[in-house]
Design a protein around this ligand. Sequence first.
Ligand code: SF4
Length: 367
Amino acid sequence: MQEKHIISKIKESYPFVDIIFGTHTLHKFPEDLYKVLQEKRKLEDILDIDGEIHEGLPIKRDSKIKASVTIMNGCNNFCTYCIVPYVRGRERSRKPEDILKEIRELAKDGYKEITLLGQNVNSYLKVEQAKRNNSNEYKEINSFATLLTAINKIDGIERIRFVSPHPKDFTDDVIDAIAKCDKVCKLIHLPLQSGNTKVLKEMNRKYTKEQYLNLVQKMKERIPNLTLSTDIIVGFPGETDKEFEDTLDVVKKVKFEQVYMFIYSRRIGTPGDKMENQIPDEVKHKRFDKLKALVESQIEENNKKYINTIQDVLVEGTSKNNSNLLSGRTDSNKVVVFEGTNNLIGKMVKLKIVSEHMWYLKGKLEN
Ligand code: SF4
């Protein structure tokens, strides 16, 4: 709703809609609803400026085991394909004490796994620190690395994940914190987007192919049992077949555990939408299929490495495809199904992996 053309579309196509509100006025929803009911009129409540962070809004969570916790809103990066900075505003971080309070309460309620959310998590508190001229306001927790370390100490929480970091902000202190904190999962999501330096420049990603590969190398050296997942966009404006080969080259070199693949699609209001050299759909699809084939062949090969290993698995519930089996995830976020009793749901168990399939593994409880 922060995009003007979307508001027009809603008004045109769904004239019965009573309230339109944006991301910066979410906290005012009860008040807006009351007004609409009392005054029997339509209401539009959109703010263009960056919203403050409002603490204490109720959150409905589906799982009783895993919870997501927002640590920051907005983004300052302006990647040329992305609408987020325009609709979510500038980067602003929640206070460490508010985040820790929320996670302590989640731990008390029995949650075992926390995923920290933000558009650029590893620049947590950077903006606030700069505004305060590096004053001592944030003493103990003054960065993403120190936040991870503090959350790692919370009793009851067994796993910490985070999405998404930006490769350009992946500093050594964050790498060291991941290596040292036993609860921080060693599967790191490191968005690549493209493996070609020229395309990365056009995307305004602020790293080169070589810098990305060097970062991966450094992380592999310093973080034992590291696995990586990534996001890739295929067919960004101007991408040639040869430049796309660089993306395949990085995928071959890094051997990601998981790749989230996207065909580039134009977003009104972004610089990418205005670029003239858009790639025809059939070319984008051809490249996508090539990438998908490579990724799937790597997953198949990678899955074999799990056979006969013992994995710590957080049991999430019964399997969606077979209610006689339980399902959980490894540290590397692989789905594992196994025979077990319902009292194991929500617990961490040790499983021996006995077979592999494209999208899941089968395990057996270790006594
Ligand atoms: S892709 Fe991520 S880092 Fe880039 S502008 Fe969008 S939210 Fe920000």
